[in-house]
Design a protein around this ligand. Sequence first.
Ligand SMILES: *Cc1c(COP(=O)(O)O)cnc(C)c1O
Length: 362
Amino acid sequence: MTANRIFNFNAGPAALPLPVLEEIQASFLDFAGSGMSVTEVSHRSKWFDDVINDAVTRTRRLLGLGDKFEVLFIQGGASMQFCMIPLNFLAGGGTADYVNTGTWSTKAIKEAEIQGCDIKVVASSEDRNFAYIPKDIAFTPGATYVHITSNNTIKGTQWAAFPDTGGAPIVSDMSSDIMSRPLDVDRFGMIYAGAQKNIGPAGVCMVIIRKDMLDMVPDTIPTMLRYSTFAAKNSMFNTPPCFAIYTVQLIMKWLEETVGGLEKMEAHNLAKAGRLYSLFDESDFYYGTADKDSRSQMNVTFRLPSEDLEQAFVAGALKEGLGGLKGHRSVGGCRASIYNATTMEAIDALIGFMQEFERKNG
Ligand SMILES: *Cc1c(COP(=O)(O)O)cnc(C)c1O
């Protein structure tokens, strides 16, 4: 490990692959022979065109998007998408279904309600503090879209498989699990992800949108809030977040060339999460907060026997170079976010610390 770098289990912004950070550092002062840093070149230059086009091409290849989808980069984070989705797809009428699986779904629902859209919350796991993913959902026939949060960053749950919506396109917030596993993209009308969990730094949201969904976008809404504006201008109607997009490009390159694709990424992620969950299953000291069949492979949420022990755990871990293990302030407890960039070495270090802590305090 490079000097002074901790094992970073932050939920977001989160750990990025070390080789990517090193590449950014090495090319920072003279980017692609331009004699400028990537934060200084024009977004209308060939240098930046190459960056954004390569990011899009690699995203298409990794997910097998073919030419049915556009790949867009939009600012405002995933939170901006909560408002843009109903604004773009329901302005002309129509209804949408939402599944409420936690904090972020709740916020997405609220933004559609603020706009007075005709939406229906067809399932929710709020009755048990969002510890599970609902099953056997009755979706509304003819819904314009079905909104789900594929991975619930705060509650530590994840859709293991996507629901049968009866043909309605799924619109999924994949902020915390995009590119962590292969997808059957034909099920989706749109996928969006704030980059800062799994694919880059804060400042950009990746939006993958099926081209026919763009036909619904009305020209009565503000230009900068229309998906069609971003699609028509290769995400450069105005100045894009160049540095964030550049980092996303390097992450896509890392996924393709170093990891070897999303099947390999998924296998690695399953192995990492599996080790932590089997530790819970064997322990009377640590217990997971999510139902077994709904466990997230990205955000592993857990509790210890008391809040005092949880505090001591988080503080003690940090002393050993293991950072970011405190649960979200809205739920308490502990959480290890183990995104794509988290190495098995980090998991080994965490498990070693957990075993030692249990030995001393169990
Ligand atoms: C972090 C997160 C968000 C919020 O993302 P911003 O980019 O900060 O708006 C939304 N949804 C999920 C699932 C998240 O994990």
